[in-house]
Design a protein around this ligand. Structure first.
Ligand code: NAG
Ligand code: NAG
Length: 540
């Protein structure tokens, strides 16, 4: 570990902030139309979940076209556990009661499939789902905590070789990790769930392990990163060192950035490392990655590759960035960051607005003043024509029921109260009903720009956990799951957040209270490394 004094010195000339701003605009008014849209979202959830119950109950995911199921999350019933917090929020009591009953009896001691267990996916979906459901149902179902503890005790073997950075995959029958490289998203996205587990079990070990991993990445950044203050995507649990020099806000890196600020908020920690690391990453991203498209002035965060070239790419996964900048900017009372977050959110919405179905693609790209390099081939004539019309072009046309664009839209609405975000959410509900509905629930699309291109036979559990929850809450009373009272994990499971505390530990009410200590100073760059393939924020 790097001594904390050195880390403090490494951050000393950079902005430093305390969290004390309110995440939500007060007294947001909803138009009358919100109630009907909210009901439409509940209807989509109900139809999707009825399909799951009929053809897949107890398994992980529904295959709505083949009227069957798949066990793609170790067979413990991922859609049930992932769906519970949404059922609680929507007041779907019959589904909820059945789901709590089922979840109370899951045997997490072994995987029900031949697959190893992903520490990241299992944490965000199962652990997050159990703990959030426990809170949202009045903390009376102790069995949910008992199961979470059993699962946490297994997942803790990811740290069993004296490693600070967890291994990504575990064999639950031998409790051995698969030895191999990880990435900062997988290693840095455990803190919210593991510290909530510690809170309800009284065992600090889970929180300590997860927070140390997050802190380790933040500390590494101070002493050598591909770009100033921006972590490389790859990391090796055996050595704790970065692997390669790829920098991105997309899959494989994304939720590490997300959890820096959310961990600080949820834990009320006195340790400035997390807020300062988030803030310096934002500041550096503005200087190094932020680009504007030559058509339409759409704002996006480019990737930076191992050959030190800017790649003008975007992705559905990376579209959480707008919401995260809005949240962090508001908590720190920094309007510059909020405004860029709103622009990022607009640009991501544009990828929905510009397609034939009104639904956004998995991968896309832009052209900016410094070119159109994406790391792949140059845009085709058809892509160029599309770009000239829409200010982005599609590189991967599928929609697999991902949430990020509507997640950022939700934060934008709660932060501004601007009705245009309600209109966008309503347009998405309409497009989903028009293009994704099947007899047995909802399916993804092969090509968002070709309504006749066919459906994808898989209802991901994050459709229940994330997409429909963020949509519902956009139309719901803004006091419900207020952003000053809850912090969402990366799978959209809300956790109860404490009142604000200053770094001296004194509790203060939410207010504008961000202090800049000094402007930042540039740090030397280190040499590039081979690129690591990008993985996903919420799985594939
Ligand atoms: C706390 O959790 C760790 C990690 O699973 C475990 O090794 C330890 O035995 C637990 N401590 C207690 C007192 O249960
Ligand atoms: C807000 O954040 C930006 C970007 O990091 C930074 O340049 C600026 O100094 C901050 N402003 C205030 C008032 O803290």
């Amino acid at each position: 570990m790097i001594p904390r004094l050195l880390v403090a010195l490494g951050l000393a000339f950079l902005p430093s902030g305390i969290l004390a701003g309110s995440a939500q605009k007060p007294n947001i008014e909803l138009p009358n139309s919100a109630a009907a849209n909210k009901a439409a979202v509940v209807d989509i959830f109900t139809k999707s979940y009825e399909g799951y119950r009929k053809f897949a109950f107890g398994h992980d995911s529904l295959l709505p076209l083949s009227e069957s199921f798949t066990d793609d999350r170790n067979g413990w019933g991922a859609s049930i556990v992932d769906g519970m917090s949404t059922m609680a929020i929507m007041g779907l009591d019959d589904f909820l009661e059945e789901a709590v009953e089922f979840s109370s009896k899951i045997d997490f001691s072994e995987s029900k499939t031949a697959s190893t267990v992903s520490v990241f996916e299992t944490t965000i979906r199962y652990l997050g789902g159990l703990l959030s459901a426990y809170e949202l149902t009045g903390k009376k179902h102790q069995a949910l905590i008992d199961r979470a503890r059993e699962l946490g005790d297994k997942l803790a073997f990811a740290f069993s070789r004296n490693n600070v950075i967890p291994f990504s995959f575990l064999d639950f029958s031998s409790d051995r990790p698969s030895i191999g490289n990880s990435n900062i998203a997988e290693a840095g996205t455990l803190a919210l769930e593991w510290e909530t587990l510690s809170k309800y079990t009284g065992n600090r070990t889970y929180a300590d392990l997860a927070i140390k991993a997050l802190a380790h990445i933040a500390e590494l950044v101070c002493f050598g990163a591909p770009l100033p203050k921006l972590a490389a995507q790859g990391i090796d649990p055996r050595t704790g060192a970065f692997v390669g020099g790829y920098v991105s806000w997309g899959g494989g890196s994304d939720s590490y950035f997300e959890y820096l600020i959310k961990h600080a908020r949820l834990s009320n920690t006195n340790d400035n490392l997390f807020v300062d690391s988030w803030l310096t990453a934002i500041d550096s991203s503005i200087k190094t990655l932020l680009r504007t498209s030559t058509v339409g002035n759409h704002v996006y965060l480019a990737d930076f590759d191992s050959n030190r070239r800017i790649r003008h790419v975007g992705s559905h996964l990376a579209c959480f960035d707008g919401g995260n900048w809005i949240l962090g900017g508001r908590l720190l009372d920094n309007q510059t960051i909020v405004d860029i977050g709103l622009q990022l959110t607009d640009a991501c919405w544009n990828t929905y607005a510009g397609t034939q179905t009104g639904i956004g693609p998995e991968g896309f790209a832009f052209i900016s003043d410094d070119g159109d390099f994406t790391g792949g081939s140059s845009p085709t004539q058809a892509q160029l024509d599309f770009y000239k019309q829409h200010g982005f072009y599609i590189t991967s046309g599928a929609y697999i029921l991902r949430p990020e664009v509507l997640e950022s839209n939700f934060y934008a609405f709660r932060a501004t109260g601007d009705q245009k975000y309600l209109d966008r959410a309503a347009a998405a509900v309409k497009s989903f009903n028009e293009h994704l509905a099947t007899q047995n629930g909802f399916a993804g699309l092969n090509n968002v720009n070709n309504a006749a291109g066919g459906l994808r036979d898989h209802t991901e559990s994050f459709w229940f956990a994330e997409v429909l929850k963020y949509l519902y809450l956009t139309f719901d009373d803004p006091e419900h799951i207020h952003l000053d009272k809850y912090v969402f994990n990366t799978e959209a499971h809300p956790f109860e957040a404490p009142a604000f505390a200053t770094t001296s530990g004194k509790v203060v009410p939410p207010k504008p209270g961000f202090v800049v200590q000094s402007p930042d100073a540039p740090l030397p760059l280190i040499s590039p490394h081979p690129m690591l393939p990008s993985t996903s924020r919420t799985g594939q």
